[in-house]
Design a protein around this ligand. Sequence first.
Ligand code: HEC
Ligand code: HEC
Length: 300
Amino acid sequence: MSEAPHGAPIKTPGQLIAAIVASFAIPVVIIILLVNYVNESTRTGAGTDGLSDAAVAQRIAPIAQLNLRDVNAPHVYKTGEQVYQAVCSACHATGNAGAPKFGNAGDWAPRISQGFDTLWHTALTGKGAMPARGGTSPDDYSDYEIGRAVAYMADHGGAQFADPPAPAASAPAAQGASAAAEASEAAATSAASAQAAAAIAALSNAPQANAAAGAAPSADAAQAGKALYQQVCQACHATGVLNAPKFGDKDAWAPRLKDPMDVIYNYALHGKGNMPPKGGSTASDADVKAAVDYMVSAAK
Ligand code: HEC
Ligand code: HEC
């Protein structure tokens, strides 16, 4: 048995040089690859979060930020109580600077006697130490919302004011965009409420609704509903003033009666478009609902 011939792999000086170079270069390359493999993440200076998502988003954010409001979105109006809490209570809760104090009938009685419209107007334009709109801008709170706050405060001072009529739903689309839009909205609102006032005035020889409703507690709801209808609601609903659904007109009522009764009551209580809350009366909620029932049963 002879051993296989012992062939040395390096036979020439050239091969020797190549072997030496390779024995240095190969480990170096392997080490570099290993280091890269282990440390795959993006490198940043020690202790910075300059590449965190938040920091990047901030750097690439547009310089001017625009807060777009969808002008066609239905506007949710603040209630009088919400506006009062947010704005008016600053002075009116304690009677600061001579403001009529919330809930103090003595402070409010002489003011209430001026009537709701005057108080509303005063709240919008200011008076003495009372800043116009309580110091807010029309973009913050509409005339309507300020009016609700006035009614809320006055009612807690002994008045029985209803909320002002809600602005027509078809207010200009560019609401809030400019003073012009604001002005025309105000014009539309006041035109609508002027019409409504005229409709109610046409009925001025009728006794005040709350007198009747208050005198005869709604023992017989149907009776009270009919009475309230005749005294208040028919001013618009008998003939369809301002596009009110006409009494007994099944076609006019059918689309509305698809809503649940609670929704329909709500419209009658809090207004809808040209329909003033409670028809502009101060009747009790129960009587208004009874009047709705009366109108609805006539349209079925
Ligand atoms: C910076 C304090 C302050 C704020 C905020 C304020 N009021 Fe007044 N308000 C007053 C003062 C003071 C008076 C009394 C003015 C007078 O009779 O000279 C007053 C009076 C009134 C009156 C009676 C006006 C009259 O003719 O007698 C009404 C109504 C009224 N405020 C509504 C509001 C409403 C609504 C808000 C919130 C949207 C509001 N106020 C926010 C200080 C304030
Ligand atoms: C100043 C005129 C006016 C008076 C007064 C009035 N209404 Fe209306 N009412 C309207 C108008 C306008 C509409 C239609 C509103 C709309 O659809 O935008 C309406 C709609 C309604 C609706 C239907 C709401 C719906 O779409 O489901 C009910 C219910 C209603 N009124 C009840 C009453 C009751 C109850 C009274 C009396 C307490 C009353 N109205 C007094 C003008 C009036």
